[in-house]
Design a protein around this ligand. Sequence first.
Ligand code: XIL
Length: 369
Amino acid sequence: MNVNRDGLTRRALLVGAAATAAGLGVLGTTRALASAKPLRAYAADKGILFGSSISGHALKDPSFAELFKSQCAITVPESSLKWDTLCPTPDRYDFSGGDWLYGLCKSNDILMRGHTLVWEQALPTWFGYIVNSENANKMMVDHISKVVRHYAGKVHSWDVVNEAFQIEDGRPDGLKITPWLRLIGPEYIETAFHAAHEADPGATLVYNENWLEPDDAGTEKKRNAVLTLLTRLKKSNVPVHALGIQSHVYAEMNITGPGFNRFLQQIADLGLSFMITEMDVRERNAPADIGIRDRMIASQYYKYLSFMLQFPALKTVITWGLSDRYTWLATHNPRPDGMPVRPLPYDAELKPAPSWDALRNAFLEAPWR
Ligand code: XIL
């Protein structure tokens, strides 16, 4: 195979082979790609689960839904299991979105992750009126129990606590000053893990965090704070099993340095596995030229994944979205020049981008786990 330094193959070869296999004789069509060997299969060859997050409205798009079902062995709902969606009023839980997705996953041989039980965002509008320091612990534990019990034995893993650190908030332990921290105190984290474990003793429980990669002083502090927390939780037998590394990364940054490498080894040494839970590649500062941009983005996918997949403790790779048609970055991190962002393996026309090749090549070269 002709793989260059950036892990990019000659796309024409790949797409041509796919089209031939599908008997279509058309290069680069979604149908051709959907019939080719999917990313989930390249990953599975190495004992890796590959998939992408999903939102309900994207699945209403039939061509996209076909693509999603063909490529993904695992998924995670972007919103359906967040507190505000599950619990629009304090006395009512609505599991319909999550249950519908679970049914679709089950009939298509796709695993579903749960995201996310305790976060400072996506809280219901009533939260501020009802939750106070007297009842916060009970409200949190009740929520976790109810949701985890509902999906007991069904989900691949749960993001129990999401994004608990922010060095800029100035606390010595690095914890972010969130409603949970203010109302309950730092012990909200271990309480949450215990509650999830009690509700489903078989569940794989994950601490999920963003922005751990760069080797700068602030991020090094954050990594140390996360490591200190996880070390303490493991020592006191708190049921935490994996670190979720969100991996919302930037195309132009070096994010595979020795500090991050050391951190990952330390996590693995604690006996924790880790997962890439939300990968996409931002390109705010990349040039407008689509060819150059795509090359930068694909190159980052390949470099980052090749680096991460050296660790056998990494067994799951999930991108945050599958196609640029439905990326959250279109609204949350648009380019200053207004051009559409291209952070995912499929472009907005559902054609494979160079980053599809990059993912495939990283899987092809990954050691077996
Ligand atoms: C994002 C969703 O994709 C958006 O649709 C929503 O408006 C905001 O949240 N880190 C996380 C995810 O843990 O839950 C976030 O998802 C993206 C950043």
